[in-house]
Design a protein around this ligand. Structure first.
Ligand code: ADP
Ligand code: MG
Length: 314
């Protein structure tokens, strides 16, 4: 049986710091990314792809807000779905090309994915993720009065809307992902999925929130029975004392070691911490399996056990 891998792509897989934040520049980065992803597929692994969407959804929200006198602004959940669509489209186009070159003639398909969160998730009491434009204090007060937004001052740069980052509970389209698994490469849970809550009558309703894509990828990996959760980001290895003179890169962490490092505060919230948490959750649920955190260009070497940070149960 070929090994199944859920690949989580970070921001650097979609956009380069050195280029303009345009769709055209994104496509160029995505083309390079997809060469790496196609290489992984070329090794015989079965894969699904999850991607981030922070900067992309932020720009969609900003554009929508800036155009409010011309067209009605899109709600945040809709902006999230739009970001899944265009990022997925870029990956579909670029990955298909990269696969064809390697005689891997699989369809590549994006699923606009909804992920259920709990209405009672404590994260909703304390929204932390800034999104969209900056406002003056007066504008911020008006928005919070009119629309009920939670507005926060963002490190001296102005006021921004903040939304919650609740825990992903259920992938609504999981059955479709499983149906497609054997015959296609699926791009799903983009940006962590569009967060929805379940009403008493069984209907789903989009909410303004951001689900961490690494945690959504973990849930996906559990649900499809993946052998490896592969989290690709900018760094080759997770480090303790990161950025300090005595930084130490880690080739391996057991669950217990990872828990201790988390406790000691080695991983930045919102960046490395959710990756380590996702890795821990995956191996806790699957004691015989592994999660790997590494960079895109080292992914294959890491799968061969030569680099990256491997997280295992023991
Ligand atoms: P992504 O867009 O891939 O989800 P993030 O930028 O959110 O990535 O998080 C990855 C970044 O976390 C790394 O590029 C690094 O700068 C930072 N980071 C914070 N703490 C650590 C750590 N302990 N070890 C390695 N990298 C860390
Ligand atoms: Mg990033």
């Amino acid at each position: 049986m070929p090994e199944k891998i859920v690949i989580a792509l970070g921001g650097n897989a979609l956009q380069s710091k050195d280029s303009a934040p345009t769709a055209e520049a994104q496509l160029e980065v995505v083309k390079k990314t997809c060469e790496y992803v196609a290489e992984i597929s070329g090794r015989g692994y079965e894969i699904a792809v999850v991607h981030g969407n922070g900067p992309q959804v932020g720009r969609i929200v900003q554009a929508s807000e800036a155009a409010k006198d011309v067209v009605p602004p899109m709600p945040f959940d809709v902006c999230g779905a739009m970001s899944q669509g265009y990022i997925g489209y870029h990956i579909q186009q670029a990955l298909k090309y990269a696969l064809n070159k390697r005689d891997r003639n699989y369809p590549v398909v994006t699923i606009a994915t909804q992920v259920v969160v709990d209405r009672s998730d404590p994260a909703f009491q304390n929204p932390t993720k800034p999104i969209g434009s900056f406002y003056t204090q007066e504008e911020a007060q008006a928005l919070s009065a009119e629309k009920g937004y939670t507005m926060r001052e963002d490190s001296g740069r102005g006021w921004r809307r903040v939304v919650a980052s609740p825990i992903p509970r259920r992938i609504v389209e999981i059955h479709a992902v499983k149906l497609l698994w054997d015959d296609a490469i699926v791009i799903t849970c983009g940006g962590g999925g569009v967060p929805v809550v379940e009403n008493a009558d069984g209907t789903l309703e989009g909410v303004a929130a951001v689900i961490d894509k690494d945690l959504a990828a973990e849930l996906l990996a559990e649900q499809v029975g993946a052998d490896v959760l592969l989290i690709l980001t900018e760094v080759e290895k997770v480090a303790i004392r990161y950025g300090k003179p005595d930084q130490q890169d880690l080739g391996h962490m057991s669950l217990a070691e990872a828990a201790r490092y988390v406790e000691e505060g080695h991983f930045a919230p919102g960046s490395m911490l959710p990756k380590v948490e996702a890795a821990m959750k995956f191996v806790r649920a699957n004691p015989g399996k592994k999660a790997i955190i590494t960079s895109l260009d080292k992914a294959l070497e890491a799968l061969d056990g030569k680099t990256g940070t491997v997280v295992t149960f023991a």
